[in-house]
Design a protein around this ligand. Structure first.
Ligand SMILES: *Cc1c(COP(=O)(O)O)cnc(C)c1O
Length: 457
């Protein structure tokens, strides 16, 4: 193929994906089922009904249907901000002097500033279709809460967001974006729930964690009529919705005859990475093609690289089902100097299984190197990346520099999940030389592992 590759590859509207792709259909070893925390039996649709919307439960439990047609109402919403551009990073390549070809799929081109809107709109749609009044959720850095607020206002649903306290305080502007879209935002842990009060009693002064905010949001959803809980990452259904990223990327690359050698994504709960790699992983699982796939996580929250692959609680309050995943323990909270997001203690069961089975690799990176990559990228490619996304940029640059040494002309694809306009406090610390790296000791990690339930014995 000798078609010249433009800086930005956009798809025409008629070329956009019409189905989500469910990678579980092609996995020989399916992700382990969620377990009921009381009975330790696999969660049934009935068990999940008080917590999640019906259609989303069906998607959560469905390991077999390969293609899910995207409902027209969701396609219409997608058209407001999709297709997202697939960018050839010519400027970055030149700056690095690498023979590698670098591409990134940019998901920050919407007001929420990240890929999370792809799943938020789907979840709000199914909640509305079920006739619910509203949804509750947690948010860490605030991108998910923002995305969900936008989606809920579009479908006229109430939206209650529990926001990790440290982010609530560091990112007041995020909070105001959510309120602009009509959501109510509460810092977590809070006094508004039983589980929040209990956590505050046990750990006064805690800066909060995603796991703790999840517990609060679930409690409110299950105790308020007409409400359900929605989650922005980790779950199988979220990876399904996020597959739109990967399917779109694959269509665009196929159009120009491009085949990536390396695919890189940052991994918090695993949704953007899972979405980006899905169709490529499908080919790999079916033995049709091979790709090197790399998950990148913070050295300060290293669930894949240093965690255990076991059943664990998904939330600090232990009210949610248990998932088999790479985990640092539900009590794990990253050191307070950690600024780059990706703070969740566990990892998507799908990605955990694929990693365990050797279909992908994982790397952890220290935050000062991550912010250095963010700055280098911003200066040549123009986009100011989210710190989360910068984890992927870091490894993409590292791989491109290896190509420079070996002279290999590899094609590198990475997910640029969002923009970092609301992360300027973290950027400020980096610029002022006040950012430090903290790598948890084995002892630190052991404290988290000690909280893993004995169901694994
Ligand atoms: C939430 C978020 C992530 C991490 O979440 P995943 O579920 O692992 O994708 C990465 N980048 C951005 C910009 C985010 O908002």
């Amino acid at each position: 193929m000798s078609k010249a590759i433009p800086y930005k590859i956009y798809l025409e509207e008629h070329e956009m994906p019409t189905c989500w792709y469910n990678v579980r259909a092609d996995m020989k070893n399916k992700p382990a089922p969620l377990l009921h925390p009381g009975t330790l039996q696999p969660m049934t649709a009935e068990d999940l009904a008080p917590v999640f919307c019906e259609e989303l439960i069906r998607q959560e439990l469905d390991n077999d249907t390969r293609d899910y047609p995207i409902p027209q109402e969701i396609l219409d919403f997608y058209k407001m901000y999709r297709p997202s551009p697939l960018v050839r990073a010519y400027c970055l390549e030149k700056k690095l002097g690498t023979p590698a070809h670098i591409y990134y799929k940019f998901e920050g081109n919407n007001t929420s500033g990240s890929h999370k809107l792809n799943s938020a709109i789907a979840q709000a749609y199914y909640a509305k279709k079920q006739g619910l009044k509203g949804v509750t959720t947690e948010t860490g850095a605030g991108q998910w809460g923002t995305a969900l607020s936008m989606a809920c206002s579009y479908f006229d649903l109430d939206c209650k967001v529990y926001m990790v306290k440290v982010s609530y305080e560091q990112k007041p502007f995020r909070r105001e974006v959510m309120r602009t879209y009509g959501a109510s935002v509460t810092p977590s842990p809070s006094n508004t729930t039983n589980v929040g009060r209990k956590i505050l009693e046990e750990f006064p002064g805690t800066t909060g964690s995603l796991g703790c905010a999840i517990s609060e949001a679930v409690e409110v959803a299950t105790s308020t009529e007409g409400y359900r809980y929605v989650l922005g990452s980790v779950l199988n259904q979220v990876l399904l919705h996020q597959s739109v990223i990967g399917v779109e990327t694959k269509i665009a690359m196929d159009k120009y005859g491009i085949k990536p050698d390396i695919i890189i994504g940052c991994a918090g709960g695993g949704s953007n990475l899972g979405g980006l790699i899905s169709p490529f992983m499908g080919e790999k699982l079916r033995g049709e093609a091979d790709y090197q796939i790399i998950a990148v996580e913070p050295a300060s929250c290293p669930s894949l690289t240093r965690g255990k692959f076991v059943y664990d609680f998904c939330d600090t309050g232990k009210v949610c089902p248990m998932a088999k995943m790479y985990t640092l323990g539900s009590g794990f909270i990253p050191a307070p100097n950690h600024a780059g997001g990706l703070r969740y203690h566990g990892m998507s069961s799908i990605l955990s299984q694929l990693y365990h089975d050797g279909y992908m690799e994982a790397r952890s990176v220290e935050q000062t190197r991550v912010f250095q990559a963010a700055e280098d990228f911003a200066r040549v490619e123009g986009i100011l990346p989210a710190p989360e996304s910068a984890h992927a940029i870091r490894v993409a640059i590292d791989e491109a520099m290896k190509c420079k040494e070996t002279g290999e002309e590899k094609t590198i694809l990475f997910g640029l999940t969002g923009t970092g306009y609301f992360d300027m406090v973290a950027y400020e610390r980096f610029h002022d030389g006040q950012m430090t790296d903290y790598i948890p000791t084995d002892e630190d990690l052991q404290r988290g592992f000690d909280g893993i339930p004995p169901v694994n014995l």
